[in-house]
Design a protein around this ligand. Structure first.
Ligand SMILES: [Zn+2]
Length: 435
């Protein structure tokens, strides 16, 4: 026999259910809708959005009750929110960037990162993988997820890890005095030998990182003289990968030179980011191991262009590396895509201005990738790399309502992706109608 309390509870539940049924839905009327799986456009479709999710995609223009909202995108092409798998939200390009560790406070970096996040979201990128910063990136991820500040959904690597004198050693090129004063260790992302590598991964894990970022070769934008040589042994990379795997974290590996790329692939990293000087053997190894390739072509173009156009912008040691590495990335990409390497979209935004991420599509298609494939790298493939295909990557019922619209046909002209006229993330509009 039901007690009075139970009856009241049942009534309350009924009331809640009724309220749910009346919750406002948004009907997006899409003149053209990109089916990223098939790589083709459907015409006259309606996406139904309830709270943060897509609940249906229907043929024709449909509508709900008087309480529901309609957004007219009948003259637009609608596509899934874009995903950039390699950004640095804390960073901005600039001559003074090498001095920033001595001039900026964490709060300065945090406000800047928040502004960069909003710029990125408005450019149509509703999800990003932040491949390394000071740890502000992980705090920003929390703030965005809590709805405190607007920004793309963030997967954060926290502080990236490299060897002493390696790409992420913050004391590269400083005086002996500063090196000894700062003396970075595993907690600051400088680790040598398998034992310290394991510790460095655990340090990032306890600070809340979603993934681990390492450098297996030198890099361009640091003050050491070599940008391509191997900087970790295979044993060290393996220690990183195994520890990260135990803790449920994938490993993104910055790598330019072929030897460091091969060691990282053999050690089992999830993605090779940049991959600038891959030779035929590295490309084959990558295809065989199904390692993701995150090409960041725009970063190579941008540092090489800046070096040529603005003599003195970079210190000489960096200028030489930028011209060598930056000019080879697109050619490597053209060779790799012919060998069925799995590609996920990534730009290295922060090396160039945030918000210009979609220029990468132009560089990808220029190197021979079809627009449909290029769009797949930033949607389906990126969702797979992030391990979140149930929620991201397509416009289908059950997924997050992360929705972008552009003018024209991006399968004909990818440049239109650089000017989104509508951006929705989790059902909330940030650009265009209803904003
Ligand atoms: Zn990077």
């Amino acid at each position: 026999m039901p007690t009075p309390t139970r009856s009241l509870l049942a009534l309350a539940l009924l009331a809640l259910a009724g309220h749910g049924a009346l919750a406002q839905k948004t009907y997006l009327h899409c003149g053209r809708l990109l089916d990223v799986r098939a790589g083709r456009l459907l015409t006259q479709q309606t996406i139904v959005v309830e709270k943060d999710r897509i609940t249906a995609v229907q043929a024709g223009y449909t509508a709900g009750g008087p309480q529901d909202k309609v957004i007219n995108l009948e003259n637009r092409t609608v596509l899934p929110g874009l995903i950039d798998c390699h950004v640095h939200l804390e960073a901005v390009p600039g001559r003074g960037s090498f001095a920033e560790q001595f001039t900026l406070n964490p709060a300065d970096v945090a406000f800047r990162a928040q502004a960069n996040a909003l710029t990125t979201l408005r450019a149509g990128f509703t999800t990003v993988r932040d491949c390394g910063g000071s740890g502000v990136n992980t705090a920003l991820r929390k703030a965005v997820a809590q709805g405190l500040v607007p920004g793309p959904r963030i997967y954060s690597a926290g502080v990236a890890i490299s060897s002493t004198g390696g790409h992420m050693d913050p004391t590269d090129g400083l005086s002996d005095f500063m090196m000894e004063k700062l003396n970075p260790g595993p907690a600051e992302g400088v680790a040598n030998g398998p034992e310290q590598c394991r510790q460095a991964v655990r340090e990032q894990f306890r600070r809340g990182a979603d993934l681990i970022k390492i450098a297996s070769t030198g890099g361009v934008l640091d003050l050491s003289k070599d940008g391509t040589g191997a900087q970790y042994t295979e044993e060290e990379i393996r220690a990183v990968v195994q520890t990260a795997r135990d803790l449920g974290m994938p490993v993104a590996c910055h790598a330019h030179g072929a030897e460091g790329i091969k060691r990282a692939i053999r050690a089992g990293v999830t993605s090779i980011d940049h991959g600038s000087l891959m030779d035929a053997e590295a490309i084959q190894l990558m295809a065989k191991n199904r390692t993701w390739y995150v090409p960041t072509l725009i970063a190579g173009k941008s540092v090489a262009d800046t070096t040529r156009r603005h003599p003195g912008y970079f210190p000489p040691v960096i200028a030489a590396k930028a011209l060598n590495v930056g000019t080879q990335m697109q050619g490597t990409f053209g060779r790799a895509i012919k060998q069925n390497v799995r590609v996920a979209f990534g730009t290295d935004a922060g090396v160039f201005r945030h918000g210009q991420n979609a220029l990468e599509f132009g560089y990808m298609t220029e190197a021979g990738m079809s627009p449909a494939d290029a769009l797949r790298t930033a949607t389906l493939n990126a969702a797979e790399l992030l391990g979140d295909t149930p929620n991201l990557g397509t416009l289908e019922a059950g997924k997050y309502a992360d929705i972008v619209a552009v003018e024209g046909d991006p399968l004909q002209n990818v440049a239109t992706l650089t000017k989104p006229v509508f951006v929705m993330k989790e059902g909330k509009v940030y650009v265009g109608a209803g904003n």
